[in-house]
Write a protein that binds this ligand. Structure first.
Ligand code: VGL
Ligand code: ZN
Length: 209
C-alpha cells in the first residue's frame, strides 16, 4: 500500500471523447479508466487534468500532409513525428472530456498541442522537447512533489509525461490500471520498459490508500 499524502497530485491525462471507443483516435478500453479516475480524484487533495487541444490542420494530423496516411511518420521541424487521424480539434465534441469524467475536484485544466506546428504528447514539454507547457513551474511553485498519473494513452501522453516529470525531479507513479494504450509498433512494451528504467513506479489503483 502507498499512502496518499496531502501534497500528492493526481494528473489525469487526455480523458477525451476522441480517445474513447467510437472516437477519432480510439484507445481500446479507454472508457474503463473513467470510474477509477473519478474515485481517485476524490481521494487526492490535488487534481490536475490535461486536454489534448489541436488546431484544425494540425501538423500532427496525416490529413495535413499530402499522400500520408494515419500512423505513418513525417519529418517536422523538430524531427520525426507520428501522424495521427484528425483528433481533439479545439472546440469539437471529440476534444471534450468524457461526459462521465468528474471534474469537480480539478484545480487546473491544462491544454497542450495547440501550436499548429508542434505536437505535445507530454504534459510538460512539447514534442520539440524544448517548449515548456508551464505545468512543471506550476507544480514546483506550489511545492507539489509526488505525481500520480492516469489516463490516455499509456504509451504516448502518459509515458511522455511520466518521463519528463522524472527529468524535472518529481517522484512519479503511473496508476497503470487507470491507463490504456494505443500500442503502435510495440510502443506499449517499449514505453513501459523506458518508464521502469527511468524510475517511474507502476502501481494499481487498489494499492493507493
Ligand atoms: C495522444 C497521440 C496524439 C495521447 C495525443 O493522448 O496519448 N496520442 N495525441
Ligand atoms: Zn494529439
Amino acid at each position: 500500500m502507498t499512502k496518499i499524502a496531502k501534497d500528492d497530485v493526481l494528473i489525469a491525462i487526455d480523458v477525451q471523447n476522441d480517445f474513447i471507443p467510437g472516437g477519432a483516435l480510439a484507445v481500446a478500453g479507454g472508457d474503463a479508466v473513467v470510474p477509477l479516475i473519478n474515485d481517485l480524484s476524490r481521494r487526492f487533495e490535488h487534481y490536475v487534468v490535461t486536454q489534448d487541444w489541436h488546431s484544425p490542420r494540425h501538423k500532427s494530423f496525416a490529413s495535413a500532409h499530402k499522400g500520408k496516411e494515419p500512423f505513418e511518420t513525417a519529418t517536422l521541424h523538430y524531427g520525426e513525428q507520428t501522424l495521427w487521424p484528425d483528433h481533439c480539434v479545439a472546440g469539437t465534441k471529440g476534444a471534450e472530456f468524457h461526459p462521465d469524467l468528474d471534474l469537480d475536484e480539478a484545480e487546473l485544466i491544462l491544454r497542450k498541442g495547440f501550436r499548429p506546428e508542434i505536437d505535445s504528447y507530454s504534459a510538460f514539454y512539447e514534442n520539440d522537447r524544448a517548449t515548456p507547457t508551464g505545468l512543471g513551474g506550476y507544480l514546483k511553485e506550489r511545492r507539489l512533489k509526488r505525481l500520480f498519473l492516469a489516463g490516455l494513452a499509456t504509451d504516448y501522453c502518459v509515458a511522455y509525461s511520466a518521463l519528463d516529470a522524472v527529468k524535472l525531479g518529481f517522484a512519479v507513479t503511473v496508476i497503470i490500471d487507470a491507463t490504456r494504450g494505443i500500442d503502435l509498433a510495440g510502443s506499449m512494451e517499449r514505453m513501459i520498459a523506458e518508464m521502469k528504467a527511468a524510475g517511474v513506479i507502476l502501481a494499481d489503483a487498489a494499492t493507493l490508500g
